[in-house]
Design a binder for this molecule. Sequence first.
Ligand SMILES: [Zn+2]
Length: 202
Amino acid sequence: MLDDIFSDEKITEISRREIEDDKDFTEAFDSRHKFMKLAFEKAEEALTNLEVPVGCVFVYKNEIIGSGRNDVNVSRNPTRHAEMVAFEQILDYCKEHSLDSLEVFKETTLYVTLEPCMMCASALQQLQIPRIFFGASNERFGGIISVGNIKTYQENPPSMDIIAGIGTTFAVKLLKDFYKNTNMRAPIEKRIDKTVKNENNL
Ligand SMILES: [Zn+2]
């Protein structure tokens, strides 16, 4: 399945900085399948671990310096989103290489399978991540275009390149698999309880 995830790619340009001869963007764009594939592998790992299947990688000078997947349920920490998990690795990487993390973030590209939520979008904005590539939109919680609009926080002209639509179908399929499995796993008593509650509410 991972081999044909980009067959129906529909690129959407949400935001683009005005940089002439932007080699960094061209390089990041041309590498999108390679890195998004790795983000999807992280998302699949999340699914296997009964976490909402979202995965990401952060790339600095063509090297992955952080990657992550949702770790909310096992850690019982609602902020352990893929991006937040990866941030910790990036900070470790910077420490190890004696780099200023704030400078590194300014040259780092994010590839993430699902539109970042409001919390993560805000962090990405504050860290001045210059490029974000994502798969599917997150209609309920997306902080880039769906619920929050990151563009409203950006200066004019835009301060970030944001490209969507890379592996959308596969990102959605993983989410559907997750919700199908969690419903199947719900104990039958729970489902009955819910019905009773609903009837009471009526
Ligand atoms: Zn998030």
